[in-house]
Ligand binder design. Structure first.
Ligand code: UDP
Length: 302
């Protein structure tokens, strides 16, 4: 997602400095910006003291593993980037009197007991389960953002992102969209975890970054959900991928990971009301774009 956000901000005429340590990201996602004079890239870890950047007007903290597979593999790094990374980037914003936006997550709601999820719901998170490194890191990131706003008057925004997808994801990312596509495109069984009746709501990346950009300009300090309210079971989703890819791959069932949320759908009334934002890209179009991307990636054309 961050590379798409860079593209959008550059298209608005701004200059962008991108920072990534490539723990889970990939340099090919910004290769098209190599000759863009308004884009500068620094390979660095935001948990370390930051290099000199010059003046900045807006800091966007979008650094973190986001796939369950990636944060199970890197739990300490995940906790660090939400805590130490947040602290460093909030200090950068404060030193520059800059705006600050943090990309938080629907995982703050944990395995939600309220449905759909409204921003005022406090969530149902297991603080010591395998997902807690991500959930609690993001919850801390939200808490320290509010603390900087309250203590220093920093102009902050918090976005809670629901299952974003699109081109530039990794095929071996582990999340359900690339995983099912990889399996469907390569004749492997499609692995549904559990009975497949758990639900998710998928938001195409161009819709998401448009929402993030609008939010970064708003004066709303409390969290705002950004996601697509269309909700599917994972069984329905697998069937959709089978149809779009015209695959012969069959569905198999594997054990459900611990604490896997049973239902997830954003209530986006707040984003609609204060940002005039709602998703525009249909699931069908978004999935077709994403399949086309993975096909060109596999063909070595990306
Ligand atoms: N999932 C699945 N098969 C897979 C990968 C994921 O059934 O090969 C399910 C997973 O159990 C979850 C949903 O798909 O219920 C979304 O998982 P993902 O890892 O994409 O993200 P999450 O929403 O859990 O953070």
């Amino acid at each position: 997602m961050p590379s798409h956000l860079c593209d959008l901000i550059l298209a608005q005429g701004h200059e962008v400095v991108g920072i990534d340590n490539f723990l889970t990201g990939h340099a090919r996602n910004i290769a098209h910006l190599t000759h863009e004079p308004r884009f500068r890239f620094i390979e660095a870890d935001v948990c370390q003291p930051l290099p000199e950047l010059g003046g900045v007007d807006c800091v966007i903290h979008a650094a973190s593993p986001a796939s369950p597979k990636d944060y199970y593999d890197n739990p300490i790094e995940t906790l660090d980037v939400g805590s130490i990374g947040s602290r460093n980037l909030l200090e950068l914003a404060r030193a520059n009197n800059a705006r600050y936006l943090v990309t938080s997550t629907s995982e703050c709601y944990g395995d939600p007991l309220e449905h759909p999820q409204v921003e005022t719901y406090w969530g149902n998170v297991n603080p010591v389960g395998p997902r807690s490194c991500y959930d609690e890191s993001k919850r801390f990131a939200e808490a320290i953002t509010m603390a900087y706003h309250r203590k220093y008057g920093l102009r902050t925004n918090i976005a809670r992102i629901f299952n974003a997808y699109g081109p530039r994801m990794k095929l071996n990312d582990g999340r359900v969209v690339p995983q099912f596509m990889d399996q469907a495109l390569n004749g492997k069984p499609i692995t549904i975890y559990g009975d497949g009746l758990q639900t998710r709501s998928f938001c195409y990346v161009s819709d998401l970054v448009r929402g993030l950009y609008l939010l970064s300009q708003s004066d709303e300090r409390y969290p705002v959900n950004l996601g697509n309210p269309i909700e599917l079971t994972m069984l329905e989703f697998a069937e959709r991928i089978q149809r779009i890819t015209a695959t012969d791959s069959k569905i198999v069932h594997e054990p459900l990971p611990q604490d896997d949320p049973k239902r997830r759908r954003p209530d986006i009334s707040k984003a609609k009301a204060i940002l005039g934002w709602e998703p525009e890209v249909s699931l069908e179009d978004g999935l077709k774009q994403t399949v086309a991307y993975f096909q060109s990636l596999q063909a070595g054309a990306v």
